[in-house]
Structures are given as C-alpha cells and as structure tokens.
Design a protein around this ligand. Sequence first.
Ligand code: ZN
Length: 375
Amino acid sequence: MATSPTLLRGDVAAARKLMAESVGIDSHIDTIQRVMMGDDLGKRHDTGHVDLPRLREGEMNAAFFALWVPVSFRGAEAVRRTLDLRDAMQSVLDEHADQIELATTASDIERIVKAHKIAAFLTIEGGHSIDDDLHVLRTYYRLGIRSMTLTHARNTNWADSASDTPANNGLTDFGKDVVHEMNRLGMIVDLAHVSDKTFYDALAVTTKPVIVSHSSIRAISNVPRNVSDEMLRALAKNGGVIGINFGMGFIHPKDAEALRSATDTEAEAPLLTGRALDEYAAENAQKLFGKRATVVATVEDVADHIEHAVKVAGIDHVGIGSDFDGIAGTANGLEDVSKMPSLIAALLNRGYGESELKKLLGQNHLRVIRNVTGG
Ligand SMILES: [Zn+2]
C-alpha cells in the first residue's frame, strides 16, 4: 500500500476546478432504492451517499442509476421490482426536471451536462430481472434502460455469478442470446458480479465493448467480486472499461470479511412474494446500509486500485464505479459523493495529468456508451 500523503487544500481546489470542466460519470450507484424507501434526492441527506446537492458538491454530473433487484425477488417478482424501481426513478426525473434528466446516449450526457444538469443513465442490476425472457429485456430497453449486469449475487438460469457455486459452466446458449440481443438493441453488457468463466464466455461472443461497472482489483483485495490482471488485459482487448468500486471489502483485504457476510445475508432470503417480499427487502436494506461500518480502507487505497488498473489495462480502460448506496462502508475520505474531489486530488498528487484524469472521470465511459448506443 502507498503511504498516505496529507491532501492540501490547494490540491482539492485544483481537483475541483478540473472536475468542473469535465464530464464526471459514475458507472454504478444504488441510490434509487433509497427513493423507494422515501428519500427525496432533491434534499441534502446525512445518510446514504448520493443526492442531487451532494452530486453538485462533488462535481460529478452523470451516473448509471442502477435498478438493483435483490436476488430474493425471483421470477415475475423480479420484473415487478424492476418496474417499481423504474417508476421511482421517473418520480425523481419528474419532480426535479430542472436538475436531472434521462440520458440514453453519450450525446445526451454531453448535452445535459452542458446545461448544468445531472445526466441519469439507467442500468439493471441482476439479469434475473428479465425472468428468462427476451421480450422483457426489449421492453426494458423501451423504458430507456441502456445497460444490464448479467447476474447479481446468485446465478441466473443462464449465467454464473462470482459469489455462487457454478451451475451453468459460465454462460449458457440462452445467455449468449441475451448478450447478442443486448448488442443488437444497443444495451451495454455489464460484467460486474459474474463468475470468471461467465466473464470470458461473454467476451468471446459480444460484438461490442463491455463494462465491469463496479469492481476493483483482486491483486490488492482478493475477493471473487474483484477482477484478476488477466481479466483486466482481456477487458482492454475488448475496448471496455472497469469502474473502480469504493466499497471497503473491494478495496482493503482487512475489510473483505464484511463484504462476504453481506453477500451471505442476501443468499439466505426466504421465499416470499408481494408486500411481504417488499417489506423483507426494506428491512434487509436497512440492515445492510443503515449504519456506516468501521472501515480500514482509505482514499489512497482507492487510488492504488486505479493505478494498478491503469498499469495493467491502460489509461483508456479505467473509470469510476463507486457503488455508492450499495455498500455498507466506503473508503475513509470518500464517505459520500461530495468527497470525490479528494480522490482526484490524490491522483493529481501522484502525477496524473489533466487529459488522463478526464479519461478516468468520464471520457472512457462515454466512448463505450457512444459505441454501444450508437449516439
Ligand atoms: Zn453490485
């Protein structure tokens, strides 16, 4: 681990200035679940990690808002939950139309950011949300959703997850159809959460660049949710981008146990439906994200992950994928999105130049979005 040089106020001010002139894209936040629980994103909160005021404070102006469906939602229940989350997202877009707007292409993101608003790019977290049905996938596309992770914490019927026992030997034939259909529609294939075999199977069949929206580096924190150096090199060859996750277990090996137990809690979900399932999910979210965990990882450790990814995959293949509002503990110094300039200041201190930082902040993700969505 690098030593932790103290950030000077001047460094953070320089970072802030650079960020104000950049498109800053976070490729994964789970904030919409907080809207489902009643939070108004127009207000600044002391809890959670992201709201509109804190996005502005942190000089971040675009994010992949995840419609994250816990694996306790099975079959048609997962479709219902996805629609509930899409509706919650719409309420934010409608109530705060002066501050946030739906983006479905890279040009949308650039236009919205230029107008000093937040660009919301929609993504589905967990391929179980399509209920094994390409008609459902296509309908999500028509609802403005432009990305999807193939799995979440458990296997789907067609793809193995990084945190489950392999059952499909990676991606099944139907799983390959899903990737092809996403390529055809113009939806980004997101390989965060999948097993290594699924990762390589998807890369072998995709005709478009992919993302790994919120994972970090296994060589530093050896958890299955992180990527190996071999995976980083394969991702670079594909033209894709990894968004580095700020969650404590992703970043520091001493925090990894907490990440494992959170994944296990999810796996133990009872078989419920309807309101009982909604209530269970709300209680579980409170348990997982209700209070800030004690964390060893720091903002300098996050910078170590970014540096490692840049060294192995190259500067064109790394971005930010915080996982804010989907993790119990973030790295110290990056407690919420308002602290983003501290990370950029740490990278400035390490000698990163303006054009490199603009790539990490958003240009790399924009390149993939433009390539896949065609605009
Ligand atoms: Zn996730």
